[in-house]
Design a protein around this ligand. Structure first.
Ligand SMILES: Nc1nc(=O)c2c([nH]1)NC[C@@H]1CN(c3ccc(C(=O)N[C@@H](CCC(=O)O)C(=O)O)cc3)C=[N+]21
Length: 284
C-alpha cells in the first residue's frame, strides 16, 4: 500500500468534539440545538443512516426529534408536519430522509423546509447560494468530502479535480466547492466516453456514481487524492464504494475507505450545519 488512508471516523471525532463544545455553549444560554429527522417508509438502508444521525446528535448534545411515518403517509400530511417544525423555535434543522415513497414529490418537500433550517442544503435557494458564492448551508456529503481533502494538508489551488457523477446532492455541489477552492474541475458522468482519459490526469478524484469498481488502479495518477462517495452493497452484504480500493491504494497518494470515509463525515457536517443554524438563531 502506497496510499495514506484518510480516516473519516477520526476526522469526524475531531470535528464532533468541536460540535459538542458549541452545542454545550448554546445549551448553557438556553438554546439547545435541535435537529428534526423525518423518515417515511421502511427502506432498510435509510433506517440505518437515520439511526446513525440520531445517535450522532445524542453523542454531541444536539437534541434530536425523530419522526417515523408509514410509507402511505400523504404528501399533504408530510408538508403539514414540515410547516409545524418550521414554526417550532426549538427546532433548528429539518432533515427529510431521501428517497421518499413514489407518491410524494421530493422537490415540493425540500422547498417546504424553511431555508434557515435547510441543514441538508438541498433547497433551490441553498443551491443558488452555493452557486453565487454566498453563505448558506452546503450539502453535507460534498462539504464533508472537502474536509477530507483538506485533511491531507495538500493545497487544492491549481490542482486538477475530476468529479465522477453529476447528481444534485453530490456531483454538482462538489464541483462548485472545488471550483471555489480554485481547483480546475472536470465533471464526468455516465455519458463520458473514456472516463480513464480524464481521471488519469486528476490530482483529486471524487467518485460519486453508485457503482462498484468504477475507478480502478489503471485509471489513477500516482499520488492522487481519491475520495470515494459510493455506497454499494456486495452480494455478501458488505459495503463497498465506487473505487476498487485494493487496487487503487497501491497507486494513489491518499484514499478514503468505505465504510469509515465519507459516510461518517456526511453526518458530521449535518451536525455542523445544525449548530450553525442554532447559533444564527441565538444571535438574533
Ligand atoms: N435528506 C437526506 N440527507 C442525507 O444526507 C441523506 C439522505 N437524505 N439519504 C441517503 C443519503 C446517504 N447518507 C448517508 C449517511 C451516512 C452514512 C454512513 O454513516 N455510512 C457509514 C456506514 C453505514 C452502514 O454500515 O451502512 C460509513 O460509511 O462508514 C451513509 C450514507 C445520507 N444521505
Amino acid at each position: 500500500m502506497t496510499a495514506q488512508l484518510i480516516d473519516g471516523n477520526a476526522l469526524s471525532r475531531q470535528l464532533r468534539s468541536e460540535v459538542a463544545q458549541r452545542a454545550a455553549a448554546l445549551t448553557a444560554r438556553g438554546h439547545q440545538p435541535g435537529l428534526a429527522v423525518i423518515l417515511v417508509g421502511e427502506d432498510p438502508a435509510s433506517a440505518v443512516y437515520v439511526r446513525n444521525k440520531v445517535k450522532a446528535c445524542e453523542d454531541s448534545g444536539v437534541r434530536s426529534i425523530f419522526e417515523k411515518y408509514d410509507a402511505d403517509l400523504s404528501e399533504a400530511a408530510l408538508l403539514a408536519r414540515i410547516e409545524a417544525l418550521n414554526a417550532d423555535p426549538t427546532v433548528h434543522g429539518i432533515l427529510v430522509q431521501m428517497p421518499l415513497p413514489k407518491h410524494i414529490d421530493p422537490h415540493k418537500v425540500i422547498e417546504a423546509i424553511a431555508t434557515s433550517k435547510d441543514v441538508d442544503g438541498y433547497s433551490v435557494l441553498s443551491a443558488g447560494e452555493l452557486m453565487a458564492g454566498l453563505d448558506g448551508f452546503r450539502p453535507c456529503t460534498p462539504y464533508g468530502s472537502m474536509k477530507l481533502i483538506e485533511s491531507t494538508g495538500q493545497s487544492i489551488k491549481g490542482k486538477h479535480a475530476v468529479v465522477i457523477g453529476r447528481s444534485n446532492t453530490v456531483g454538482k455541489p462538489m464541483a462548485l466547492l472545488l471550483l471555489q477552492a480554485n481547483a480546475t474541475v472536470t465533471v464526468t458522468h455516465s455519458g463520458t466516453p473514456d472516463l480513464g482519459y480524464h481521471t488519469r490526469q486528476a490530482d483529486i478524484v471524487v467518485a460519486a456514481v453508485g457503482r462498484a469498481n468504477t475507478l480502478t488502479a489503471d485509471m489513477v495518477k500516482p499520488g492522487a487524492i481519491v475520495i470515494d462517495v459510493g455506497i454499494n452493497r456486495k452480494a455478501d452484504g458488505k459495503l463497498c464504494g465506487d473505487v476498487d480500493f485494493d487496487g487503487v491504494k497501491e497507486v494513489a497518494g491518499w484514499i478514503t475507505p468505505v465504510p469509515g470515509g465519507v459516510g461518517p463525515m456526511t453526518i458530521t457536517m449535518l451536525l455542523v450545519n445544525t449548530i450553525e443554524a442554532a447559533e444564527r438563531t441565538a444571535a438574533r
